[in-house]
Design a protein around this ligand. Sequence first.
Ligand code: SF4
Ligand code: SF4
Ligand code: SF4
Ligand code: FES
Length: 957
Amino acid sequence: MLETVVKRDIDLGTPEVTSDKLITVTIDGYDISVPEGTSVMRAAALNGVNIPKLCATDSIEAFGSCRLCLVEIEGRRGYPASCTTPVEEGMVIRTETPKLHQLRRGVMELYISDHPLDCLTCPSNGDCELQDMAGVVGLRNVRYGYEGANHLKDQKDESNPYFTYDPSKCIVCNRCVRACEETQGTFALTISGKGFASRVSAGQDQAFMDSECVSCGACVQACPTATLEDKSIIELGQADHAVITTCAYCGVGCGFKAEMKGETVVRMTPWKDGKANRGHSCVKGRFAWGYTTHKERITKPMIRKSIADPWTEVSWDEAIGYAASEFKRLQDKYGRDSVGGITSSRCTNEETWLVQKLVRAAFNTNNVDTCARVCHSPTGYGLKSTLGESAGTQTFDSVMFTDVVIVMGANPSAAHPVFASRLKKRLRQGARLIVIDPRQTELVSSPHIRADYHLQVRPGTNVALLSAMSHVIATENLINLDFVRARCEGKAFQEWLDFVSQPENSPEAMEAETGVPAEQIRGAARLFATGGNGSIYYGLGVTEHSQGSTTVMAIANLAMATGNIGREGVGVNPLRGQNNVQGSCDMGSFPHELPGYRHISDDVTRHDFEKAWNVTLQSEPGLRIPNMFDAALEGTFKGLYCQGEDIVQSDPNTQHVAASLSAMECVVIQDIFLNETAKYAHVFLPGSTFLEKDGTFTNAERRISRVRKVMEPASGMADWEITCALSNALGYPMNYNHPSEIMDEIAALTPTFTGVSFDLITQMGSVQWPCNDAAPEGTPIMHIDEFVRGKGKFMITKYIPTDERSTRKFPLLFTTGRILSQYNVGAQTRRTPNVAWHSEDVLEIHPVDAEDRGISQGDWVGIQSRAGETVLRADVTTRVQPGVVYTTFHFPESGANVVTTDNSDWATNCPEYKVTAVQVTRVTQPSAWQHKWSEFNREQRALLKNRVTMDETPVTG
Ligand code: SF4
Ligand code: SF4
Ligand code: SF4
Ligand code: FES
């Protein structure tokens, strides 16, 4: 059953104020008590009295421009605006009097005299606050007529792919400008001109697409009229119901209202009560959902004997039966461990749970791994070793209590935009900022924000830099000894202290390695240790290194040494890339761990699962993804079940991955498009999008949120049903009626999920694990009184330079990252109008390096490493430092991972994506790999296009 909600949120007019002191006022004869600082408007609204308003909304500070919300206050002259007037003890307020009525009508007459009267054909008809207010004030005629000067013929701006700006409908309430400033932090909008001539203007009077606007949608959301309007609403009309769900893009995990007309999504709007996003969104979740109904989606199961054969569409029974028989054949012929599975950080917890269960119980091997291997596996290892739990310690809200922030190896403005907006808000309030990144990310310098320190570290030297910061804190007596003595293991701390205090760890000694001036490291360390609440946020620029796990431990050491764990405003916060990275790890996707991060060799845990699953499990860890590839090339690994993951594009050393898949006899891909990996597949099981299934995602804050089905799966089966069918065909029964039953099983077998259920999540909106008897409603902040492992453990973090160093042959360091408008391998966002912002990956190169090589802006450049070569267009920019080049990896033809090597983290095998020694030269044509890719791509697309349908006719067109 669909769980629907009202379309229009309650708007209390002005933001919530927190104060312990209550103020009592009388509004329209009723006594009302509210926190000190609350506006009269909000106080009234909280008690069911809705004062008319236009320029006020509770997501932004009051502005007081429309004069519609006037009230009478005893003892005060005039008619104050209720939105900008705070309550005072004993105030007696009247919100409805004949005089107020007359004044409000007058205001509305003025607005309406310069507004097109096309309500019946307006896309906002029924969802327009101006229309509502005309009704509320009882507007019956407009005395001023429509003949005078007006804006009715002003030009519409339709440049943004997702929304329009129609100035003829603008009432200059300033809500959009304030939303862009306060909520989003981009400052793209202003009101230009004065008086009658005043109008909203993007950038320097530019079209929206030419301005700094990042299309987050906050202004559209705030606009009370149809001035800023979703194109989807213009095209499809208003919704008839709405369903709360969770964004399927990044690890922020924003709550959304899917606004629906029957089974058609007409708009996705950020959910005001979503605790991860508090009503905000970014361009991906808000607008880029069109891929869900893209014509390239594959909706029928397909099989083929070899990858040179055309596909044949078959029934679900036949596809599942064929896949199962192949896996059985391979296990009979090559042994039990010749097959395995890969779970996806894009799928739900329930789906991930089932895939690892299928591998462990039905295949009866532990050859299961997840794409988190290639992003945050070092987070799991590093945080478990030091703090005792493989997860971030805070809520996103916690950033509003921080005083000094370190952002390391992360570019939240691009990859975690809604969190970036919260962070920027706190920075504008005065928190200090230390950015540790080889690139000049947007946070280093953006409107009203400037980092106190940008430690532009050389790729591969994070550990050296953090040791140097710790050295300063240790040798300048900045350690929080009270915290350390009370909370951490004494012996490990002393060893760490001796280690970091060694002169070879000083900023001066490390300067040559890190490339960061010692004084800057000293300054940043002092600031972090003495600046109040210190928090650390980090991303893949920390983990995707040969010392990724060591860097995570060094971060945890730094937080413990400064006492910055266990309360609001502090903590260690991994920013997870994909929507369910945390969840896929929690659900036991790693080959050595059962759900809840318990080692497979632990007899007690394993026996619990054996009893519940009625099967004998293997006690030895299985193969990690890179080991599966190696084993495939050695001829011992022959079959793969891969759900929702495009390993050919996302994993390093593409040639190696492709060769490994080619060496397998049965590759089963479950996905929504024929992605790069599916081109090597023998069975294609059409997957479902987040709109087509029920389940949960767990975001970077450990927050478990509901994903709700708003339409039937295009293929007829949701992903969890497909895994069940495959397991049943393999002879291991899996029978659930609904994903809620899978969550019940998760809760029963995973101590940190005790009591979690779909009902609990619905009741609470979302819940942060660990949930247990002591914390039945979850744990927003971890390690408050003691660490999960008891005492925190300092770890020695010796800097070991990566083997991947620049040489005469490969003198530059190549590193990769993401861009705001695209997501990961781009399979979804490339199939949306988001390509308007980023239609190809380019290589950022510093002007000095470009000049040395005779490279100009836009030239084709070859990037050669010891793994391979690809060709991209050059973007000559100072965002990168000399000696470093950078690209994104959103387009398969770019071949960013043709260049990356199979170096990896010593503890977890997380690939070293962030450091590859390369040479860059000007070229005139694509690389040999790109020629080969184009040809293979053409062949595979033709095999898809000419697939045999169930009535045996080839598909054409
Ligand atoms: S879409 Fe976002 S960034 Fe663009 S103008 Fe509106 S609020 Fe600002
Ligand atoms: S565009 Fe909308 S929100 Fe902005 S000033 Fe005009 S009416 Fe107000
Ligand atoms: S910030 Fe992340 S979760 Fe939120 S809307 Fe954007 S992509 Fe979705
Ligand atoms: S709502 Fe108060 S002045 Fe506009």
